[in-house]
Design a protein. Structure first.
Length: 367
């Protein structure tokens, strides 16, 4: 059966056919324009901020560093440069390496990802404390100390001893510390031990050890560590190791680092694993020596599976904190491209910094 097409339909079809080129142009005009070129973009959401190097933090260094990154079409950093320094080499390197570990959206040309350079700034800034808030807290602390609160006495003592928010006064500082110690506050007793040792010019005089032992009996972690070292010197090894382990268990980072370093070299696998755990805990408290020991484990595959990327990251963290051994090791990684993008220029700079450090000879000898 033939299909009958109306004249009106044919008329509309002819009109559409005639207008087709213009309709195509209109549809294209409604579509979003594709940018010819876009620059790479850093994705900070899933990226840890660069770690502030401890020496720089203590010295209250701050500044703005301008960095250049070459981002591949896969979003990975191919190369990076310091375009303008913050004025502090440690801050520059920490920002440069920290951001290198971030993810990036690659740049594009005509909608396709390409390798491209991008510039960015990283700001290291310290927020100043409000003087009015500080003054109020100091007055409240003084009032509580005068009422006999041992913890406030302890805090006020260190404020005077270190000149924190008050004029430095070692006599008043010692008096307040003694008041807190005589009330049985373990941390104050450990503090008195330290002051006694400082006055005598020797850290573990008998007068100092009296206070340290009192604090250790109450479980003060720092005092336990001092007692452990004293027992080591007296060659009471078993008792010393017990105290050292107790100090480490209570979270004292130096004890964790030292005991962890001793156990990691043990022949016993369980002790090695415990030592590694202690080193991790010490590293979490920014103990640079522990960070270096962990880096060595990852670099050599000792206790854990070898991971050059993880080793390089740890060496970088320790190097930013001024550790010479870490700078030398990290220079080798950059020279060979092990765990990082090969960068002979950065390797050279790290070696120069290491050689200029006072302990460079000792560190190099340990390699």
């Amino acid at each position: 059966m033939a299909c009958k097409i109306s004249g009106q339909f044919i008329h509309h079809a002819i009109m559409i056919r005639a207008l087709a080129p213009f309709l195509l142009i209109a549809v294209q005009a409604l579509q979003p324009a594709v940018a010819a070129t876009t620059k790479p973009v850093v994705q900070f959401e899933g990226c840890a901020l660069p770690l502030w190097p401890l020496p720089s933090l203590r010295a209250e260094h701050s500044g703005v560093v301008t960095l250049s990154y070459l981002i591949g079409a896969d979003g990975r950093v191919r190369e990076s440069r310091i375009k303008k320094s913050s004025g502090h080499a440690a801050l520059d390197l920490a920002a440069q390496e920290g951001i290198e570990r971030c993810s990036f959206t690659p740049g594009t040309e005509n909608g396709k990802p390409v390798t491209a350079w991008m510039d960015m700034q990283y700001v290291w800034t310290l927020e100043p404390d409000d003087p009015a808030v500080i003054a109020k807290k100091t007055q409240e602390m003084l009032a509580a100390a005068e009422r006999g609160d041992a913890e406030s006495q302890y805090q006020l003592a260190w404020s005077y001893l270190e000149g924190r928010n008050v004029e430095k006064d070692e006599v008043q500082g010692r008096q307040w510390l003694l008041k807190a110690a005589e009330q049985g506050l373990a941390s104050a007793q450990a503090g008195m031990g330290m002051l006694e040792g400082k006055l005598a010019g020797a850290p573990r005089t008998e007068a100092a050890m009296v206070w340290y032992r009192k604090a250790a009996e109450q479980g003060d972690a720092s005092a336990l560590f001092v007692v452990a070292t004293s027992l080591m010197e007296a060659e009471k090894i078993e008792e010393a190791m017990d105290k050292l382990d107790e100090s480490a268990d209570k979270g004292f980072p130096i004890a964790q680092e030292i005991l962890g370093g001793m156990l990691i070299d043990s022949e016993d696998e369980d002790q090695q694993l415990y030592g590694f755990t202690l080193l991790q805990k010490a590293a979490d408290q920014s103990m640079t020596g522990a960070i270096v020991k962990l880096a060595k484990c990852y670099a050599s595959g000792k206790v854990v599976a070898r991971d050059d990327v993880k080793a390089a990251k740890l060496y970088s963290e320790a190097a930013a904190n001024g550790n010479v051994e870490a700078k030398i090791a990290l220079a080798g990684f950059y020279e060979s491209g092990r765990g990082v993008n090969k960068n002979p220029e950065r390797a050279k700079r790290l070696m120069q910094e290491a050689n200029e450090a006072p302990t460079a000879g000792a560190a190099a000898a340990g390699q």
